[in-house]
Design a protein around this ligand. Structure first.
Ligand code: NDP
Length: 256
């Protein structure tokens, strides 16, 4: 496809996990501006309704679907309900994620398990549940939100880094298995963006100074700057791209 519809998401329904705030909510608004009917997921239905109220009137309909992405039964039930009551999911943005920080020698088993559950297992649970509906239709786009930490190691977040590295490879595996069924599965790897997840880093002046020196762009990213990449990977513009990880990081991953 060429022409003005190249980036259009009109007529497509997108499910975004972890869209009650932060990057997920920003991407949902961005996809809606390009015509998608978005479904916001998170664990707290009230928070999702508040998030929905912040969408510009005049955009396509916005729905909410509260379920915990770490609970496979809840995921299958939630995805089944969306497909049945709202219609086909054409785009999945696997975004829900958490961070836990501690030196690796002190890292607790609970924090390790929580990270694996949310950042890795859930990408498989939601991806598989949605792909099972997409495969018979022989079309669908999945964007796994990864991280610059799949390429870089930083002190105190080794388990998070491990989950994001695994998601990078899971993305390639999904593309290998499901690309043959007409699906496209790509990754989007943000660098550093100010959200609730990074608020401790934002408050740390030393970190911001390090980041400015280390990043070719010389600054933090702004969450809106992730929208273009997400729209691209969700739209006809990326029709021959599969299993790719698109870094949106101001260049930090390629700079020493
Ligand atoms: P936030 O903490 O701001 O938002 C996380 C979102 O995930 C919330 O909507 C939260 O909703 C949801 N969530 C968490 N656990 C679950 C769960 N079990 N089930 C359903 N939803 C859940 O994080 P960000 O927006 O910063 O991060 C979004 C993604 O981007 C994550 O995958 C993160 O790893 C990645 N990322 C972020 C970067 C950054 O600089 N901020 C950099 C690189 C990657 P609720 O609590 O209401 O359920």
């Amino acid at each position: 496809m060429t022409g003005p519809d190249l980036f259009s998401l009109a007529g497509h329904r997108a499910l975004l996990t972890g869209a009650s705030r932060g990057i997920g909510l920003t991407l949902a608004k961005g996809l809606a501006r390009y015509g998608a009917e978005v479904v916001l997921n998170g664990r707290n239905e009230e928070a999702l309704k508040v998030a929905r109220a912040g969408f510009d009137p005049g955009l396509p309909p916005v729905s909410v679907a509260a379920f915990d992405v770490t609970d496979q039964n809840a995921v299958e039930e939630g995805v089944g309900r969306i497909e049945k009551e709202m219609g086909p999911i054409d785009i999945l943005i696997n975004n829900a994620g958490i961070q836990r920080r501690a030196p690796l020698e002190d890292f607790s088993r609970k924090d390790w398990d929580d990270l694996i559950s949310t950042n890795l297992n859930a990408v498989f649970f939601v991806g598989q549940a949605v792909a099972r509906h997409m495969i018979p239709r022989a079309r669908g786009k999945i964007v796994n939100i990864c991280s610059v930490q799949s390429e870089l190691a930083r002190p105190g977040i080794a388990p998070y880094t491990a989950t994001k590295g695994a998601v990078r490879n899971l993305t390639r595996g999904m593309a290998t298995d499901w690309g043959r069924h007409g699906l496209q599965i790509n990754g989007l790897a943000p660098g550093y963006f100010a959200t609730e997840m990074t608020e401790r880093l934002v408050a740390d002046e030393g970190f911001s100074e390090w980041l400015s020196k280390r990043t070719p762009a010389g600054r933090w990213g702004q969450v809106d700057e992730l929208v273009g990449a997400a729209v691209f990977l969700s739209s006809p513009a990326s029709s021959f791209i599969n299993g790719h990880m698109l870094m949106v990081d101001g260049g930090i991953s390629i700079s020493l």
